[in-house]
Design a protein around this ligand. Structure first.
Ligand SMILES: Nc1nc2c(c(=O)[nH]1)N[C@H]1C(S)=C(S)[C@@H](COP(=O)(O)OP(=O)(O)OC[C@H]3O[C@@H](n4cnc5c(=O)[nH]c(N)nc54)[C@H](O)[C@@H]3O)O[C@H]1N2
Ligand SMILES: Nc1nc2c(c(=O)[nH]1)N[C@H]1C(S)=C(S)[C@@H](COP(=O)(O)OP(=O)(O)OC[C@H]3O[C@@H](n4cnc5c(=O)[nH]c(N)nc54)[C@H](O)[C@@H]3O)O[C@H]1N2
Ligand code: SF4
Ligand SMILES: [Mo]
Length: 579
């Protein structure tokens, strides 16, 4: 079939509109996609998908796999069943399986491996997580890229910001840092202190937006006093930032339309919520909310203003430290927990005790390797769906581009189970129409989610009194300088553990290792051996292992962030040894 407009299903800020033309995928010229896709979609067909179902290593037909699934569920009492869903596919219909599993009486998950700490900090301050959309970033004059790596994770932002003043706060000299007007190569986990110091100096310079503060954030004097608890010299030394850099940053942002574009890099720590809330506090001092071209962009709530048509009320356990061994049957959908959850050694020993592990996904990986029953999913091209984004307000229809002989869609799998277990389910069309009712149609045939404000917080915040709720206390991190920080960002060649996967540890040449030397990396949770790639764009006190690298999460902790029930992938410090 030719020229069918759909959208990329991947968990990515950009949520591109894709044109399927005779087997080829192209970016739609109009809108944010601007005619280009990223390597994942450009080479989408090169990655081999699972075609056949398997049970205990033997290939079986899809019909047999469905019967097996029914038998397994029949032989488990509902409280022995866990449904664990990731975001391998970000579209809205993926949740239909939760409808079945929750009504069946199974346990579902809560918490987040991704953005939960930052989101929680935003909600504590503003009362909701309404995002500054790309269309507003376009109107700003200055963009602060804070713990985000747009060349890799949100490349469609780049054309929008290319003529603006760019400030980057990142422990690594990323591509965007190299072309920025100012790069603060901060020590990892230094952002809370930096945000407090920026607010303090802005106040000292009498450059806060007084009118805005008096109206919407009147406890500003208390917050200023809180920032006075930060010892200036000791803290600047600790986070490796100079007074000159603070002055330069403030000079660039004063009286300008500023967008602070944050990523998940700032909040993979136990106090990740506080870090985000302190950045919001600085934005409030600048008066950036409710105004054109100003604001803070993070991962917004992609389901904002959309009601779920599915039943999803259920007992839930955390995604971060799930005790799989509490269950007899675990159904894993769109996720690779053996690689992507923190503390892989714990995950492995817990999941090995599960009697029935069912993997419902597209690709072979660590989780499919240990699963008893493997059910191939259909990729987004071969099923009907609809999606929204966490960085813009678009809603994209994702019609099936053709039939495929392999795999089963989430709807069809859930429909089979609902029928077998006498659970009510509407037609697929009913649910798709339900979602489409939240779309506002534009003249150019694109859609966006109804009732989402381009400029949120125009009339104050969503807190009880409409005012911003500042951070009231914080703890300064004490770091052990003998050990190294582990930073674990996203790779250009993979989407977490999908597609090509990275295989190296990156570190500064000052450590004396050779390129390609095999070394041992150790943390209090585990060890890992990887070959070295030298990278002098990193700070000397950091090593970097990309998300998706096999074994990276042997090193990480399965503790939660204090707020937001999030994983804290960068909390553990590490040591490196030659072999
Ligand atoms: N190519 C590609 N794109 C992706 C993904 C992928 O795997 N590959 N994953 C998708 C997903 S699931 C998500 S959540 C998004 C996330 O995308 P981003 O928000 O961009 O997140 P990361 O790549 O984890 O980290 C961004 C930056 O934070 C920096 N950083 C690390 N620690 C700190 C710190 O303590 N302070 C500061 N200031 N910076 C720090 C890192 O050096 C990195 O440059 O990307 C999505 N897009
Ligand atoms: N060390 C470290 N660990 C991390 C991170 C990090 O930065 N560092 N990032 C964290 C973050 S932000 C995230 S979001 C998580 C992501 O962790 P996961 O959600 O586990 O993501 P993926 O590794 O992308 O695995 C997604 C799986 O979904 C399946 N899939 C794809 N499309 C479909 C579909 O249409 N239907 C079905 N049924 N399956 C499908 C694919 O087979 C793929 O294996 O990882 C987290 N883990
Ligand atoms: S940039 Fe993101 S949304 Fe666009 S094609 Fe790539 S993965 Fe998909
Ligand atoms: Mo994520």
């Amino acid at each position: 079939m030719n020229n069918i407009t759909t959208a990329c299903s991947l968990d990515c800020y950009d949520a591109c509109t894709v044109v399927y033309d005779n087997g080829k995928l192209k970016g739609k010229k109009e809108g944010y996609t601007q005619g280009f896709l990223c390597p994942h979609l450009n080479h989408y067909n090169a990655y081999e998908q699972i075609k056949m179902a398997r049970y205990k290593g033997q290939e079986i037909s899809l019909d047999e796999a469905m019967i097996k699934l029914k038998e397994i569920l029949n032989a488990s009492s509902s409280d022995e069943v866990l449904h664990y869903r990731g975001h391998g596919n970000f579209a809205l219909m993926q949740e239909v399986s939760e409808h079945f599993f929750s009504l069946f009486g199974a346990t579902l998950t809560n918490g987040s491996l991704c953005d939960g700490a930052g989101e929680s900090g935003i909600i504590e301050g503003r009362g909701s997580n309404l995002n500054m959309p790309l269309s507003e970033i376009k109107k700003s004059e200055v963009v602060i890229i804070w713990g985000r790596n747009p060349h890799t994770t949100s490349s469609h932002l780049l054309p929008i910001i290319k003529d603006k003043t760019i400030i980057v706060i990142d422990p690594r000299k990323t591509k965007i840092a190299k072309i920025a007007h100012l790069h603060i190569q901060i020590k990892p986990h230094g952002d809370l202190s930096l945000a407090l110091l920026l607010s303090r100096f802005l106040h000292i310079e009498n450059s806060c937006d007084e009118e805005f503060l008096n109206k919407y954030a009147s406890k500003h004097q208390d917050y200023y006093e809180l920032t006075q608890n930060v010892r200036i010299k000791a803290t600047l030394d600790e986070i490796d930032v100079t007074l000159g850099q603070i002055g330069d940053l403030l000079a660039l942002v004063k009286n300008k339309k500023v967008a602070i574009v944050c990523g998940v890099g700032i909040q993979k720590y136990s106090d990740g919520a506080d870090v985000m809330r302190a950045i919001d506090g600085f934005a409030v001092f600048l008066g950036l909310f409710g105004k054109e071209g100003c604001g803070v962009a993070y991962l917004g709530n992609s389901k904002d203003k959309i009601q779920s048509p599915f039943h999803t009320k259920a007992k839930r356990v955390s995604k971060v430290n799930t005790e799989f061994s509490d269950f007899k049957t675990v159904f894993i959908q769109g996720a690779n927990p053996l690689a992507q959850m923190p503390d892989s050694l714990r995950v492995k020993s817990s999941i090995e005790k599960v009697q029935n592990i069912i993997y419902f996904g597209l690709y072979e990986n660590e989780t499919s390797e240990i699963a008893d029953l493997i059910i191939p999913a259909k990729s987004f091209l071969y099923k009907d769906d609809i999606r929204t984004s966490y960085s813009h307000h678009g809603m994209m229809n994702m019609p099936k581009v053709s039939e495929s002989k392999f795999g089963i869609s989430e709807y069809d799998l859930s429909a089979y189970l609902c029928k077998e277990f006498a659970i009510e389910l509407q037609t697929e069309q009913f649910y798709l129409e339900h979602f489409k009712n939240f779309a506002l149609h534009h003249e150019d045939s694109s859609w966006r989610v109804k009732d989402r404000d381009a400029i949120p917080y125009k009339n104050g915040f969503d807190t009880d009194d409409g005012e911003f709720c500042y951070l009231e206390e914080f703890e300064q991190n004490e770091s052990n300088n003998e050990k190294l920080f582990l930073i674990t960002p996203k790779s250009a060649i993979s989407l977490n553990s999908q597609f090509k996967r990275e295989e190296h540890v990156y570190l500064h040449s000052c450590h004396g290792f050779d390129e390609n030397e095999l070394i041992l990396i150790s943390s209090k949770n585990g060890t890992l051996k990887l070959k070295v790639k030298l990278d002098n764009d990193l700070r000397k006190d950091c090593i970097l292992i990309y998300s998706g690298t096999k074994g990276v999460n042997n090193l990480t902790s399965s503790k939660h962030s204090f707020d937001g029930k999030n994983a804290i992938f960068q909390e553990n410090k590490v040591e490196v040894f030659s072999l």
